[in-house]
Design a protein around this ligand. Structure first.
Ligand SMILES: *[C@@H]1O[C@H](CO)[C@@H](O)[C@H](O)[C@H]1NC(C)=O
Ligand SMILES: *[C@@H]1O[C@H](CO)[C@@H](O)[C@H](O)[C@H]1NC(C)=O
Ligand SMILES: *[C@@H]1O[C@H](CO)[C@@H](O)[C@H](O)[C@H]1NC(C)=O
Ligand SMILES: *[C@@H]1O[C@H](CO)[C@@H](O)[C@H](O)[C@H]1NC(C)=O
Ligand SMILES: *[C@@H]1O[C@H](CO)[C@@H](O)[C@H](O)[C@H]1NC(C)=O
Ligand SMILES: *[C@@H]1O[C@H](CO)[C@@H](O)[C@H](O)[C@H]1NC(C)=O
Ligand SMILES: *[C@@H]1O[C@H](CO)[C@@H](O)[C@H](O)[C@H]1NC(C)=O
Ligand SMILES: *[C@@H]1O[C@H](CO)[C@@H](O)[C@H](O)[C@H]1NC(C)=O
Ligand SMILES: *[C@@H]1O[C@H](CO)[C@@H](O)[C@H](O)[C@H]1NC(C)=O
Ligand SMILES: *[C@@H]1O[C@H](CO)[C@@H](O)[C@H](O)[C@H]1NC(C)=O
Ligand SMILES: *[C@@H]1O[C@H](CO)[C@@H](O)[C@H](O)[C@H]1NC(C)=O
Ligand SMILES: *[C@@H]1O[C@H](CO)[C@@H](O)[C@H](O)[C@H]1NC(C)=O
Length: 760
């Protein structure tokens, strides 16, 4: 590279340094302007606080606002003078922490007083219990604390298993002179630890220790399980009744809480009662007893117990030591990217980006000289311009990052290498424009997997744009590769994949737009059924079968549809079938260990063998197609209602009807017709074969297609019943996939029919 090249590169370190400077200037301004945004912490419509105490979910005021398990529903009681405080029955809560899984409450102090002849004149001993509730007394934060100068008090505790323990603490002092204020030193008070997991305790005083030596200055003794940090000894506790008078004779105490009494793994099995609702949350076992707790995943913060509780942390604006970045920081969901500005080098997360100044040419040094000598205002102006450009580049970088993660490079290379491939990589803006920013009115359909929008491209072409919900990481990496394969599918009865958009978090797919609804609507929409003949039904079935056979046999590696159903068969204006949604299908495992782990498909269409082996095969599609055939024959849905509420599976109703020879009852009245009975019987028999429990016993998709083709010809020309082979010979290649000759297909058929008419 010559001098000129070095000169151009030399300018970059300067720009890099400038951008770093601008970056810090702006974040400083931003930090002042930005106020923390309030995140959700309760169910919708529920109070966030009671008095001064914030009540985060799973806690709540009343059963409708709290997690449905005992102990989380608090009440907000008026304690007089319109002061509200949260209570669980009669236990007042001081505050609740989600992160530490702790709550502070007030615990009653037990006491006992004597008169001059050492007789017990008044006493009050308390117990506290959370049996059947998710609480236990924190063993690390609490201590059993006894106050007095001639006192022995006992603590008796129980854990969840009701196994109990007893301990005690004695305090003896001969005069009030030796007492000192401050932490409990052992004179005038004593403290003892408690074991883990206790959720019941009570207190007793020993009558032998009746203040007989010390009554003059210490008439009363006290004992309580309390927060060790709270307790500060005061001589007034011995000589006066101060301890009984502050906080209504109560001391703060720390509780540990957890959800339920199961481990994470057990709790996750029951999805209706599992508490970690947020998408970006993790579960962990409580280390202080049974039960589990939830946490936001790395890179997220908020309330993990609420559906949208965990929000992405904007590491870049936080300026927190945990998220170091000495370069250009870009926030992405769950993480942040830290890169060096162009022209500098280094590890910006641990260290700095160093401009390579030694390479600077004299002209650049001159520019630096001019810039540094201009005023601060000029610099600020420059910064605004630079930062606007930087914001734009930041967006571009995020897009590039997604594009890279989704295997976009590989896809582009493939497209380049296969010239003439009609496949386009769309930009996010193009698709936003095409769908009017994903306008609700443009929604064509949707379901568990995602939403399909109608889009109008710049050239006035209508397309269908599929915006999926989240996909897993493995799929993301494979995405580009899968696109390469899917883009090469070209069959008149398969919806054409026109392109995709990779520069968004979840890639979007762009399909050909098919105008006339789905087969499901055709069969089940009552308004439309009347004029659809058996011929049309047969034609649609044949075309769908051919499309599936093509996917199974002609593509490499073979493509399994995985979700064959009437609502995935689209129809154009001439009732020609187009199989859709094959983009969601999985490819046949390349080796035996690579089994599908995720059940996909739709109830009523699912291959029973797939459910057992978890392995999707081409015969799974054959099974589902069998159910589609049944829908065509019977006009009923795959899962239908009979009578009032009884849900029935079409395939099992059909199989038992076939066995008991009462198929007629099940048939759609529109197609029941004496002269067609033979064809209908054969279709029913074909469907029965497709629904065989053992996949091996089912015909292949190709055989199904051939069979339907034969039936269709027979329906048109019953006299040819026994001569179908002859026709095939006549046509040369009976069912080969001449997909690139879309126009040729129907004319060949017409020609065949004509030939036969003539031969008659
Ligand atoms: C709430 O806090 C304020 C200020 O700390 C205090 O004045 C007020 O008494 C508190 N209210 C209650 C109900 O605790
Ligand atoms: C608070 O109110 C609830 C329900 O009204 C009641 O069960 C509970 O005993 C009350 N607690 C106190 C300390 O008043
Ligand atoms: C709860 O109260 C204690 C003492 O008042 C305080 O130290 C602690 O920070 C509080 N915790 C929360 C989560 O507010
Ligand atoms: C102390 O209390 C006992 C029992 O109540 C009583 O018999 C006795 O007279 C009292 N002694 C004094 C000095 O008050
Ligand atoms: C008080 O304790 C002493 C021993 O410490 C005992 O002799 C005396 O009987 C006790 N008095 C009463 C009233 O129990
Ligand atoms: C309670 O008993 C069960 C079974 O006997 C035991 O596994 C568990 O560790 C016990 N829990 C405590 C807190 O002791
Ligand atoms: C307290 O004083 C009494 C007598 O005045 C004595 O018998 C006892 O040993 C002393 N106890 C302590 C703990 O100093
Ligand atoms: C403690 O306070 C309660 C009421 O607040 C009172 O009934 C009791 O006599 C007091 N006890 C002592 C030892 O002062
Ligand atoms: C799942 O939890 C719900 C709500 O707690 C409960 O009604 C249901 O019986 C549980 N199901 C199982 C299988 O444990
Ligand atoms: C929870 O505890 C169970 C049983 O002790 C253990 O098998 C499991 O790995 C633990 N789960 C987590 C998330 O720590
Ligand atoms: C359990 O106890 C440990 C100390 O023993 C404490 O650090 C931890 O925060 C407690 N809470 C949970 C949920 O594990
Ligand atoms: C940061 O850099 C130092 C040396 O430059 C190295 O010892 C350390 O492991 C690095 N830390 C990380 C998190 O990369």
């Amino acid at each position: 590279m010559g001098e000129a090249g070095r000169g151009v590169r030399g300018a970059n370190p300067f720009m890099g340094a400038l951008m770093l400077l601008c970056h810090s200037l702006f974040t400083a301004v931003l930090l002042i302007a930005v106020t923390a945004s309030a995140s959700v912490n309760t169910l919708p419509g529920c109070p966030a606080t009671c008095g001064n105490v914030t009540i985060p979910y799973p806690f709540g005021i009343g059963p409708d606002c709290s997690f449905p398990a005992p102990g989380f529903a608090l009440s907000c009681n008026d304690t007089g003078n319109r002061v509200h405080k949260p209570f669980l029955v009669n236990v007042e809560f001081i505050n609740i922490s989600l992160l530490q899984a702790q709550a502070r409450i007030y615990n009653q102090i037990s006491w006992q007083c004597y008169n001059a002849t050492y007789a017990k004149v008044s006493s009050s001993t308390w117990r506290l219990q959370f049996i059947g509730k998710p609480y236990r007394f924190s063993d690390t934060d609490n201590k059993f604390t006894v106050v007095g100068c001639d006192t022995l008090a006992y603590i008796r505790g129980q854990n969840q298993n009701e196994s109990s323990y007893t301990s005690g603490c004695v305090s003896i002092c001969n005069s009030s002179d030796s007492l000192t204020n401050g932490p409990c030193s052992g004179i005038g008070c004593c403290q003892t630890s408690i074991p883990k997991g206790i959720n019941y305790y009570d207190v007793g005083f020993d009558d032998e220790f009746n203040n007989s030596w010390v009554w003059e200055f210490n008439p009363c003794s006290y004992a309580v399980l309390a927060d060790a940090d709270w307790f500060k000894f005061s001589t007034a506790y011995i000589t006066t009744r101060e301890l009984n008078e502050t906080n209504g004779g109560r001391a703060p105490m720390v509780l540990d809480w957890a959800i339920g009494d199961e481990t994470c793994e057990v709790a996750q099995r029951n999805t209706t009662s599992y508490a970690c609702l947020s998408k970006h949350s993790d579960c962990f076992n409580s280390s202080n007893g049974s039960g589990y707790l939830c946490n936001c995943s790395r890179g997220y913060e908020g309330n993990p117990y609420l559906a949208d509780g965990c929000q992405d942390i904007d590491e870049c604006t936080l300026k927190d030591d945990r998220y170091p970045c000495n370069g250009i920081c870009t926030n992405v969901p769950g993480d942040y990217l830290c890169t060096c500005p162009t022209g500098t080098k280094g590890d910006p997360k641990n260290g700095t980006c160093n401009p390579v100044l030694s390479n600077l040419s004299t002209s650049v040094k001159l520019v630096i000289g001019i810039v540094t000598s201009t005023s601060f205002a000029l610099l600020l102006l420059l910064c605004i311009v630079v930062s606007m450009a930087r914001e734009r580049r930041k967006l571009i970088r995020i897009k590039e990052e997604y594009f890279r993660r989704h295997g976009g490079r590989l896809l582009l290379e493939e497209i380049k290498s296969k010239q003439g491939l009609a496949f386009k990589v769309f930009t996010k803006e193009e698709l936003e424009q095409a769908t009017n920013n994903f306008d609700k009115n443009r929604i064509l359909g949707g379901g568990g997997h995602g939403t399909v929008y109608k889009g109008i491209l710049n050239d006035n072409h209508a397309v269908a744009i599929k915006k999926s919900k989240l996909i897993d990481d493995h799929q993301k990496k494979e995405f580009g590769k899968e696109m390469v394969i899917l883009s090469q599918i070209n069959h008149r009865n398969v919806v054409k994949l026109l392109g995709c958009c990779l520069e968004v978090e979840v890639p979007m797919l762009v399909y050909e737009f098919v105008s006339n609804g789905t087969l499901f609507q055709l069969i089940h929409d009552r308004k439309r059924t009347s004029h659809i003949s058996l011929d049309t039904h047969l034609e649609i079935a044949l075309q769908s079968a051919e499309a599936l056979a093509y996917l199974h046999s002609s593509a490499s590696p073979p493509i399994l549809h995985g979700d064959v159903k009437s609502s995935n068969i689209l129809l154009d204006d001439n009732y020609h079938a187009k199989v859709s949604d094959f983009g969601a299908s999985m490819f046949v495992p390349k080796d035996e260990t690579q089994f599908a782990t995720l059940v996909q498909g739709t109830c009523g269409y699912l291959d029973p063998e797939y459910l057992q082996t978890c392995q999707l095969t081409d015969k799974s599609d054959v099974y589902s197609f069998g159910v589609v055939l049944l829908e065509l024959l019977t006009g009923r849905k795959a899962i239908y209602f009979e009578g009032s509420d009884e849900q029935k599976s079409l395939s099992s109703s059909f199989l038992s009807a076939m066995k008991e020879d009462r198929l007629l009852q099940l048939l759609d009245s529109h197609i029941k017709n004496e002269e067609d009975m033979e064809v209908i019987g054969e279709i029913a028999e074909l469907a029965r074969q497709c629904l065989n429990v053992r996949g091996e016993d089912r015909p292949s998709m190709k055989e199904v297609a051939d069979d339907l083709d034969r039936l269709r010809k027979f329906k048109r020309h019953p006299f040819l019943q026994h001569n179908s082979e002859e026709i095939e010979n006549l046509l040369g290649q009976p069912s080969s996939y001449t997909e690139n000759e879309i126009s040729g297909y129907y004319s060949i058929e017409t020609k065949a029919a004509l030939d036969i008419e003539c031969g008659r």
